[in-house]
Ligand binder design. Structure first.
Ligand SMILES: [Zn+2]
Length: 392
């Protein structure tokens, strides 16, 4: 005789199996779900009925052209629940309201009066109310969670350490949950980007992935066997703190010559600006325009950056052996001026055939990654329940 607990566990496993199948494959019929998962048709019918009643799944239209009995496709009700993603930056927060597929519905950037945790969560709480009000209240849709992405070591919703924000042991997720009364999750921003890629991006059909982000910092998040790998101390993937030149500039981490003191997006733009002797504001778009016009200082700097990062990426691949490396962060703007030299260096330093480096980036990718922290909970029942402080 089966115990009640076993039945609940197997039901939870079946739910996750079916939800993740639909996430990967898109809409399919109950019969196809049974055939692919190996579950009995009765078990599929039971779980699908339950998920339909919870408004997590929807039934589509049977295709009109099909002969005989037409199966009804089942899909995830992506529009049925909303989530909010916050990307914390120095001085500002990028905010996005998305559906369950992390498709942005509306977004905005909020500036911060200071970098204190309290000011940050208060700005985020105000933004949640504004985003939901601006979007209106679509029928049946509910805000089911919030994700916070920021650079640093984040464990169970607590920012253990962020050099950029000068925060130590800040329970950022709980602080925001206290104000907004919905579950809040937090993680490192590159880990969040990797998660979004794994759920709904290039990583969807791969099990082992590197997610390289070159923005204000440099990181390469690690996805192993479909899950973001955090490491023993939450510090996995900090590629940008590999030492490029021990006599190099002081890094935010307190050491000298880390990769990211040479090749982050703002450092590259600043180095180019100084080499050209420009004054005033110069952006990465100016630098790209110059490279496209044949400016050798810009081209050489981007080549140096691509080769420098690519060499360390080779070491990364020799340890992790990823199927693909997804490129993100603001430096993706530089395109093949950056990525071609990186591919060359990777090829030279990787032990076996190097994985493709595929950029996949938009301005809202950071905030969408944050949103993915909340949406993933639907697909992974074993994960932590998030910070729910303040919920009556
Ligand atoms: Zn460093």
């Amino acid at each position: 005789m089966k115990l009640k607990g076993d039945q609940q566990t197997s039901r939870a496993i079946n739910r996750r199996l079916i939800l993740n199948l639909l996430r990967r494959e898109g809409a399919i019929s109950r019969a196809e779900i049974a055939a692919i998962t190996g579950l009995s048709p009765a078990a599929v019918t039971f779980v699908v009925a339950e998920l339909l009643s919870e408004n997590i799944l929807v039934e589509g239209q049977a295709s009109l052209g099909a002969p005989g009995r037409r199966p009804i496709p089942i899909d995830i009700n992506y529009a049925g629940r909303l989530v909010v993603g916050f990307k914390l930056m120095v001085g500002a927060v990028d905010c996005v309201l998305t559906d369950l597929a992390t498709t942005p519905l509306i977004s905005r950037r909020v500036s911060l009066p200071d970098q204190s945790p309290q000011s940050t969560v208060e700005a985020c709480a105000t933004a949640v109310r504004q985003l939901v009000a601006d979007w209106g209240a679509p029928q049946g849709a509910q805000l089911s969670g919030i994700g916070i992405a920021m650079p640093g070591i984040i464990i169970n919703g607590v920012c253990r350490l962020s050099h950029r924000f000068n925060w130590t042991d800040v329970p950022i997720a709980a602080m925001l949950a206290e104000l907004v009364h919905v579950p809040v999750w937090a993680d490192d921003d590159t880990n969040s980007f990797a998660l979004a890629q794994q759920l709904f991006g290039l990583g969807r059909h791969h099990r082992t992935v590197g997610a390289l982000a070159i923005g204000v910092g440099i990181s390469c998040a690690v996805v192993i066997d479909g899950s973001v790998h955090h490491g023993a101390n939450g510090a996995a993937g900090k590629l940008g703190h590999s030492i490029y030149d021990p006599d190099g500039p002081l890094c935010e981490c307190g050491r000298r010559g880390c990769l990211q003191t040479f090749f982050t997006e703002p450092v590259l733009v600043r180095r180019w600006k100084e080499a050209k002797g420009f004054s005033g504001e110069v952006t990465r778009h100016d630098m790209l325009d110059a490279a496209q016009a044949g400016d050798h200082i810009a081209i050489d700097l981007l080549r140096e950056a691509g080769e420098g990062i690519g060499k360390f990426l080779g070491d990364f691949c020799n340890v992790i052996d990823p199927e693909v490396i997804v490129g993100g962060g603001e430096a993706v703007t530089f395109g093949d001026y950056l990525f071609e030299p990186m591919r060359g260096a990777l090829k030279r330093s990787a032990f076996s055939a190097p994985p493709p480096i595929t950029p996949d980036w938009a301005d809202d990718s950071w905030a969408r990654g944050a949103a993915a922290l909340a949406t993933q909970k639907l697909f992974d029942f074993e994960s932590s329940p998030g910070e729910v402080a303040g919920i009556a």
